[in-house]
Ligand binder design. Structure first.
Ligand code: RAM
Length: 508
């Protein structure tokens, strides 16, 4: 049996019932809701053709829904025909799914039409949903009978046990709330593997895994789940040894055909972090060849000036800001991961690879300073149009091309100048906060944690979103925000920052 199979986690189940019936309304430009009544009185409400109700489960749930449908009136002389809709965010219920015309498949929209021929009935939906809100819409019964709903329940599932995570209880209630939402986000995404989002894409992406693993080391400490995911990536490589950007576990584990420059290199970071968290050298030793192979592949992207070549397809992830040029970030991520690889090579006494790694670091640092650094502007530029973005500066700080003082000056300059190619994903904000902490700017780091992730909490998030642009809350890389994920692994890292870097200043 494969090692990754041996490490399959045990799934834990629970039951959550709806707490209230809510009314959706437009609050200015956006959707909002208020409580109409307790959910327990729903059993007395009778539904006829075109009636609907929206239930609030009070918290984000991942799991399987069951409900009883009871006929009222004459014997049912026609099937009941209902629509069930599930939403992590109220906008998914409020907006008409038929209007969706985005980039990703509409099949992600959590909506089912069901005929029920025999009543009363117990409906158990086979699909796993991620939601807080559930809408029931009665498309039709018949003129002779109506229906009622009873025993609505969600059997929730996760491989994480929240009871294993000590509660944060500090004097700052905003920080407590951010930590709580962060731990909840992690828990919902910890399933058979670390999923990126339990609504969408429900699979293992390496960029997400890297941040989940870091947060997991400070919270759930499920080292085996990280190990399983690393075995999956290493055991299911693409053709020439490339680590794929993501993989699926059903019907059996298989790698996707997407490859991303930065994600493949982040396999090295995952291994490096795993070593620091566990000090288990054996896994590092076992997976070192796979990690090193990613360097050999990325090396092909370096041009004659020692700079990573730009491309205009989806070759590198970094952030979802559509105007972002990724060349400089990719270049810096290569240096960043090479330095981690250098550490591993030293640890394993792999001297021949160590020489190559050191040579590559020199080449790329030289190329960065010669071609990508603009002394006059005081920023790293990216692409033919010499774009100045937040992401490029952040990744260069993390790459450690300059010393700490110069990095701190670069970050201050960035904050002062506010270049308009901004970061829009919590994923990229994570690395920004990491760069601030690396540069001993912990006050600024804390302020950004509070304003960015705190902004989502203030907007009512019970899990952190895939994408959050405080300047445009409708932003979606996919053409519609109803397809965005509102519980997304790469957003759950504040608990990591708070617990790792600020633990001495807060109480548990
Ligand atoms: C999306 C997912 C995932 C991310 C990739 C790059 O499909 O949101 O989290 O890692 O893109």
């Amino acid at each position: 049996m494969y090692k990754r199979q041996l490490l399959k986690p045990k799934l834990l189940y629970n039951e959550v019932k709806p707490v209230s019936v809510v009314q959706i309304y437009k609050d200015g430009k956006d959707w909002s809701f208020y409580k109409l009544k307790e959910a327990k009185v729903l059993k007395d409400q009778v539904f006829a053709k075109e009636d609907s109700v929206c239930l609030d489960f009070g918290t984000h749930c991942v799991g399987y829904v069951r409900l009883n449908i009871i006929p009222v009136g004459s014997p049912p002389d026609a099937p009941a025909y209902i629509r069930l809709k599930f939403g992590e965010h109220i906008c998914e219920i409020a907006e008409n799914s038929a209007d969706y015309n985005g980039l990703l498949s509409s099949s992600w929209i959590q909506e089912e039409y069901i005929h029920i021929d025999v009543l009363p009935a117990v409906i158990e939906l086979p699909r796993r949903y991620a939601f807080r809100f559930m809408e029931i819409y009665v498309k039709d019964t018949s003129s002779k009978y109506k229906i009622r709903f009873e025993n609505i329940v969600c059997k929730t599932v996760s491989s994480a046990n929240v009871e294993n995570v000590p509660h944060l209880n500090c004097s700052d209630s905003m920080l407590d709330a951010i930590d709580h939402v962060s731990v909840k986000t992690m828990c919902q995404c910890m399933q058979d593997v670390f999923e990126d989002g339990p609504k969408r894409d429900r699979r293992l992406w390496i960029g997400d895994l890297r941040l989940q693993a870091l947060t997991n080391y400070e919270t759930f400490k499920n080292y085996d789940l990280v190990k399983r995911c690393l075995y999956l990536f290493a055991g299911l490589r693409q053709n020439d040894g490339r680590v794929g950007a993501c993989l699926f576990t059903e019907p059996k584990p298989h790698v996707d055909d997407t490859w991303l420059f930065d994600y493949s290199l982040l396999f090295i970071s995952c291994l490096y972090d795993y070593y620091f968290a566990t000090k288990y050298l054996s896994l590092v030793c076992e997976l070192w060849d796979t990690a090193y192979r990613q360097i050999e592949i990325a090396q092909r992207f370096i041009d004659e000036n020692g700079v990573v070549k730009d491309r205009n397809d989806w070759w590198c992830s970094v952030d979802w800001n559509e105007s972002l040029n990724k060349q400089a970030s990719a270049h810096a991520i290569f240096i960043y991961t090479l330095k981690q690889a250098k550490y591993i090579a030293e640890l394993l006494n792999d001297n021949s690879r160590l020489n190559t790694i050191e040579m590559l670091i020199r080449t790329l640092e030289y190329g960065a300073l010669k071609v990508l650094w603009d002394e006059e502007k005081g920023f790293f530029i990216s692409g033919e149009e010499r774009q100045i973005s937040w992401a490029s500066q952040v990744w260069f700080v993390l790459a450690g091309v300059f010393d700490k003082e110069k990095n701190a000056r670069l970050l201050r300059h960035l904050i002062d100048m506010q270049p308009n190619v901004k970061m829009i994903t919590p994923y990229m904000y994570h690395y920004f906060v990491e760069a601030l902490l690396d540069s001993e700017m912990s006050e600024e780091a804390m302020n950004y944690i509070k304003s960015y992730w705190g902004g989502m909490v203030a907007d009512g998030a019970d899990c952190f979103y895939e994408l959050y642009n405080p300047d445009n809350k409708y932003e979606s890389p996919y053409g519609s925000r109803i397809i965005n994920s509102y519980c997304h692994a790469w957003s759950g890292t504040p608990a990591y920052f708070i617990r790792k870097y600020f633990a001495s200043k807060v109480d548990f």
